[in-house]
Design a protein around this ligand. Sequence first.
Ligand code: PMP
Ligand code: GLU
Length: 407
Amino acid sequence: MNAPQTHPSMPLARRLALVKPSATLAVTAATAMLRQQGKDVVDFGTGEPDFDTPEHIKAAAVAAMAAGQTKYTPVGGTAALKQAIVTKLARDNQLTYGSDEVIASCGGKHSLATAFLALFQEGDEVIVPAPFWVSYADMLVLAGAKPIIVPTDERGGFRLTPAALEAAIGPRVRAVILNSPSNPVGAAYDADELGALSDVIAHRGLLVISDDVYERLTYGGFVQRHILALRPELRPQALVVSSLSKSYAMTGWRLGYTAGPKHVIAAMATLQGQQTSNPCSITQAAAVAALTGPQECIGQMLAEFARRRVYVLERLAALPEVTCVPPRGAFYVFPNLRAYLGRTVGGYELRSASDLAAYLIAEYNLAVVAGEDFGAPTHIRISYATSMGELEKGMDRLARALRTIAS
Ligand code: PMP
Ligand code: GLU
């Protein structure tokens, strides 16, 4: 962390002492660096589909460029994109929003950061069920709010229970973040569970931020219902956030969006208007094609993820003393490696998941993300959004490493 006083000639603002680099992006960067040095790193770190963006989406971008759609657009997105988002929310989520109730941003991360800045300030507390995606806590702190991390039970599939939610609500708590399916555990709430959480949310007057970026990626027949479709009366106190990154293999294009009450969406547009202006105009044209064009591409990618999920779970089940909750969605598994911590191997003291992750990348060229920054210090995250060949190679390496540690 860069404490301001460590650079006397150009000290940093105090807020830099409050945030740390994203653990997920740090692993992605470390992998790229080692590969540049010629190392054969298996990348289980990066949380992005390995598939290319579907052709019809790329074609729309090329056409937009050819047609000169290379200028500023309205800050919150073109009319066509807003309409496409409205259409998508109605088609996929049974949610009716107007064009003035949606805003496009430069990725789901930007949508969430802008929403937090619009809603929260010093003194506010926001409930974040753990394990949680690494960026929620830091983004909340940057907005002045305090994340209230609420642990969930591994045996309960890492799902927040209504009782745990209720117990976490203190006088300063304003909101809860729901991420279903979740990163990093793939926890997803069914209709009954969403209904029970909604009762608490409604009764206690909480805001709810529904991070739906993995909504299309669910397995084993699990269908993700939307909390607001089940409980429309929560709409005035809810924001829906989603992204094209995961569903359409568009991580690099940077397009996320938010739906919610008109005054919040307008506030987010004010912030964006002073910070980033519109998301890339060409990306917006591609996003219209993604959201309104053929949707079969999602099913094709999902079928491949499903195959890989089964394979990785089988391999994990064969590892002694490793437990892993089978994910209902997303493309991660989050095994508990507690049994392998507290040991020393080849000069490496494995006190925590990050020590273990450091050992795996240094000695086995295997990149995983340590659980600490997800709020789970004895776990590691494996992304199976990579080819079967790489999965086999990486799981072999993990098995060998654990055998060595145990021996
Ligand atoms: N929410 C969750 C839970 C995520 O895992 C991610 C990861 N990328 C995002 C939001 C943001 O994604 P993006 O900025 O690529 O849309
Ligand atoms: N969400 C992905 C991950 O968890 C991408 C990196 C990031 O934005 O955190 O790996």
